[in-house]
Design a protein around this ligand. Structure first.
Ligand SMILES: Cc1cc2nc3c(=O)[nH]c(=O)nc-3n(C[C@H](O)[C@H](O)[C@H](O)COP(=O)(O)O)c2cc1C
Length: 463
C-alpha cells in the first residue's frame, strides 16, 4: 500500500470517528433537553391511570352494593320503560343477574347481618327471617344471586314434573299506581329433570370448591345445609302438578308430586307443595281436607326416602282466598294428619275488591291490568296476610293442643314491602316474611332495606 493511500484511509477513518462522536454528542444533547418533558408525561399518565383505576373500583363497589341508590330508584323504573311487557322485564332481569354473577359483578349485600335478626327455622339457625318467594326464580337459575341479595330463605320454582309452557302471552301485567301486579303465568316450568340437573351441578361445583365429595355435602359433612350450600341460609324448592294432569285423579296428582320429590328433594332444604296458584284450573280444589291429606302424605312419605342424612322438610303453600274458618281448619287438619312441617300462608289473590285506596287515580292501562284474569299481588294484600297468619297460628295451636304435636312452622307471603310489616307478620306467628312484588318495584336492595328497617325498629325498642 502506498504512503499516500494509507494517509487518505487514516484521514477518512478519523473523519468517520469525528462524525460518530458528533452524532453521539447530538443525541445526548437531545436526550438531555427532552427528559423533563418525558418525566412530566409519565407523571400525568400515572395520575390518570390511578384516577381511572380508583373510579373503576369505586363504580364496582358502588354498583355491586345492594344499598346503591341506582338499584332502587333507577333500575326498576328503567326496566318498566325499556320493557313495556312485564314478562320480558322478568326474563331480562334474570338473564342479567345470571351473567353478572358469572363475572362476579352482581349486586350483593355488603352490610353485616344484624344479630337481632337471627332466627331458628326447622332447627337451623338462619341469619335473618326474610325470604324471597316462589316465582321470581322459576327454574332455579339464580339461587346464589338471590342469597347474595341478603335473603335468609330463597324459594325456587314452582317446578312441574314435565316441562310446560304456561298460559299464552301476555300474562303478566303491572299496576304501578298500586305497586302491584297481575299474573297468570300458569306455572311455566322447564320441568323437574332440568332443575335437578342444574341444582346437582351447583352442588358438585360447591363440593369440588371445598375439596369434599357430593355425598359429604348431602350428608351434612360440609358445614352447610345441602340445599342452600350457605351457612345460616335455607333453599326451598317448590313443586306442583302439570296443568294436563287431571286434578280429580288423586293418584295422578300424587304421582306428579312424587316424581318432583324424587328428582329435587336431595337439593332442597325445604320442599313446598303448591296447591294455591290461581292460574292452574282446579289446583286450589286440592286444598279440600281429604285430597290434601292424601297428597301431602304421599309427598312426606317420598321425602322421607331421600338419600340423605337429614331429609328435607315439607311445607304446603295455601291460598289467601280460602280464608274462612272451615277452610282454614280443614287445611290445618290435613297438615296435622299428613305430618307436613309447615305452611306458607298466602299467594296471589283472585279477588279484586279493596285493592285501590279511596281516591286513588289509576290510568286506563292500570285499570285494564287490574281487570285481567290472574292473581293480584302487591302491598294491598298485606292486611289480609297478617290476619290470615294469625288465623292459621290460632288453628294450629288448637290442633296441636288436641294432638299433643309440636308447633308447625309458618312463612308469610303477600304484600310485605317494609321492615315494619315484616315484624308484624312475625309477631302474628310467622317465622319468615317473604317478598316478591316488593322486589319488582323496590329493586335489588329491597331485602337489605327491609332488614335495616327491622333492625332499627328492634333497636329503638318499638318491636
Ligand atoms: C309474576 C309472579 C309469578 C309468581 N309465580 C309463583 C309461582 O310459581 N309459585 C307460587 O307459589 N307463587 C308464585 N307467585 C306468588 C308469589 O310467590 C307471592 O306469594 C305473591 O306474589 C304474594 O307476595 P307479594 O305480594 O310479595 O308478591 C308469583 C307471583 C308473581 C307476581
Amino acid at each position: 500500500m502506498s504512503a499516500s493511500l494509507l494517509r487518505s484511509r487514516i484521514a477518512a477513518q478519523t473523519t468517520g470517528v469525528r462524525a460518530a462522536r458528533q452524532r453521539i454528542a447530538n443525541e445526548q444533547r437531545r436526550n438531555a433537553s427532552s427528559s423533563p418533558r418525558s418525566t412530566g408525561s409519565s407523571a400525568k399518565a400515572l395520575v390518570y391511570g390511578t384516577a381511572l383505576a380508583a373510579s373503576t373500583l369505586f363504580a364496582y363497589f358502588y354498583t355491586t352494593d345492594t344499598r346503591a341508590f341506582v338499584h332502587r330508584w333507577v333500575v326498576p323504573p328503567m326496566m318498566r320503560i325499556i320493557f313495556p311487557d312485564a314478562e320480558d322485564a322478568h326474563h331480562a332481569g334474570t338473564a342479567a343477574l345470571k351473567s353478572l354473577y358469572a363475572l362476579n359483578m352482581h349486586p350483593r349485600e355488603r352490610v353485616k347481618e344484624a344479630e337481632e335478626l337471627k332466627t331458628e327455622v326447622f332447627g337451623t339457625e338462619v341469619k335473618n327471617p326474610i325470604g324471597i318467594s316462589a316465582g321470581l326464580d322459576k327454574d332455579g337459575e339464580i339461587p346464589d344471586v338471590l342469597f347474595d341479595l341478603g335473603a335468609g330463605i330463597v324459594e325456587v320454582g314452582g317446578c312441574t314434573p314435565l316441562p310446560q309452557g304456561g298460559n299464552p302471552k301476555p300474562r303478566v301485567f303491572r299496576v304501578p299506581g298500586l305497586d302491584g301486579m297481575v299474573n297468570r303465568y300458569g306455572l311455566n316450568s322447564r320441568g323437574a329433570d332440568d332443575m335437578a340437573i342444574r341444582l346437582r351441578d351447583r352442588l358438585r361445583r360447591f363440593a369440588r370448591s371445598i375439596g369434599v365429595t357430593e355425598a359429604d355435602v348431602l350428608n351434612d359433612n360440609a358445614g352447610v345445609p345441602p340445599g342452600s350450600l350457605k351457612s345460616g341460609r335455607l333453599l326451598a324448592v317448590q313443586i306442583a302438578k302439570n296443568k294436563d294432569t287431571d286434578g280429580s285423579n288423586e293418584k295422578a296428582v300424587a304421582d306428579d308430586h312424587v316424581y318432583c320429590v324424587k328428582r329435587l328433594a336431595p337439593y332442597a332444604d325445604i320442599l313446598v307443595v303448591n296447591v294455591s296458584s290461581p292460574n292452574t284450573p282446579g289446583l286450589r280444589d286440592l286444598q279440600a281436607t281429604g285430597p290434601l291429606t292424601r297428597l301431602l302424605s304421599a309427598v312426606v312419605d317420598e321425602a322421607s326416602r331421600t338419600n340423605r342424612k337429614n331429609k328435607p322438610k315439607v311445607m304446603v303453600k295455601v291460598s289467601p282466598d280460602e280464608d274462612d274458618d272451615d277452610q282454614v281448619s280443614g287445611i290445618v287438619a290435613a297438615v296435622a294428619n299428613s305430618g307436613v312441617d309447615g305452611i306458607i300462608v298466602g299467594n296471589t289473590t283472585k279477588r279484586r275488591t279493596g285493592l285501590a285506596p279511596q281516591g286513588a287515580r289509576l290510568t286506563a292501562r292500570e285499570q285494564k291490568a287490574l281487570a285481567e284474569d290472574g292473581g293480584y299481588s302487591g302491598p294491598a294484600l298485606f292486611e289480609r296476610t297478617v290476619r290470615l297468619v294469625g288465623k292459621y297460628r290460632q288453628h294450629l295451636q288448637a290442633s296441636s293442643l288436641k294432638e299433643g304435636d309440636e308447633q308447625k312452622t309458618l312463612f308469610a307471603t303477600g304484600g310485605i314491602t317494609n321492615g315494619h310489616q315484616a315484624l308484624q307478620v312475625l309477631n302474628a306467628g310467622a317465622s319468615v316474611a317473604m317478598v316478591y312484588t316488593g322486589m319488582v318495584y323496590g329493586g335489588a336492595g329491597t331485602v337489605t332495606r327491609i332488614k335495616g328497617e327491622m333492625r332499627d325498629e328492634i333497636r329503638a325498642g318499638k318491636a
